[in-house]
Write a protein that binds this ligand. Structure first.
Ligand code: AMP
Length: 200
């Protein structure tokens, strides 16, 4: 069975399209027998995602630090709720348990989790597909900024291009299944050489 980790808002967003996207993602998981790993909350888009899967008797695994469980945002109807010590351990645990990652619209928590898995791939800690469900163009400005970072020489084009994007969950999943990372073994060496040149 495929296990996909979804990062998404602890809020609902201001337009109903975001909730529809969370529901459509969950329904797609139901149809394709995909197991969900997520942040374990019963709020925002996370709640819609988890509840839709649970209503259809699908597996949902939440990973949450004790601190957040104590704040009573944990979803207690999950197939499994894994308690971890810290936010850092949570990200690592979610990454270890999953075959790929999808970011739905969300805020800083979502951006942080997305960045984390992009860095894991960049450093070859993992080689798992990372996708963005770009509902209503929500991530357009972030993607524009990523392109700007490539142009300005802070992000390698290969790393940027490994990020998969679609507005449609079915298309995104197909891209993830076909994913084969463009790797650049030399880039860490290049960075060291560049640093040497600059400090001369
Ligand atoms: P945000 O996008 O800032 O709403 O944060 C949502 C993401 O960060 C989720 O994917 C969660 O894993 C994590 N997160 C942030 N806030 C919470 C919360 N109150 N409960 C559970 N997880 C959260």
């Amino acid at each position: 069975m495929t296990t996909i980790c979804v990062f998404c808002g602890s809020s609902m967003g201001n337009s109903p399209g975001y909730q529809q996207a969370a529901r459509a993602t969950a329904e797609f998981f139901v149809q394709h027998n995909i197991r969900l790993v997520y942040g374990g909350a019963k709020v925002g888009l996370m709640k819609i995602l988890a509840d839709t899967l649970l209503e259809n008797n699908c597996e949902v695994i939440g990973v949450m630090p004790g601190l957040l469980i104590e704040k009573e945002v944990a979803h207690h109807g999950l197939t499994r709720l894994i308690q971890v010590e810290s936010m850092a351990e949570r990200k690592l645990k979610m990454a270890e348990m999953s075959d790929g990652f999808i970011a739905l619209p969300g805020g800083f928590g979502t951006f942080d989790e997305l960045s984390e898995v992009l860095i894991y791939n960049q450093l070859r800690v993992t080689d798992k597909p990372v996708g963005i469900l770009n509902t209503a163009g929500y991530f357009d400005k972030m993607l524009e900024f990523f392109d700007h970072s490539v142009k300005e020489g802070f992000v390698r084009a290969e790393h940027r291009n490994n990020l998969l994007v679609s507005e449609d969950i079915e298309e995104l999943y197909q891209l993830m299944q076909k994913y084969s990372p463009v790797t650049i073994g030399k880039w860490l060496e290049d960075i060291k050489v560049e640093a040497g040149r600059k400090s001369e």
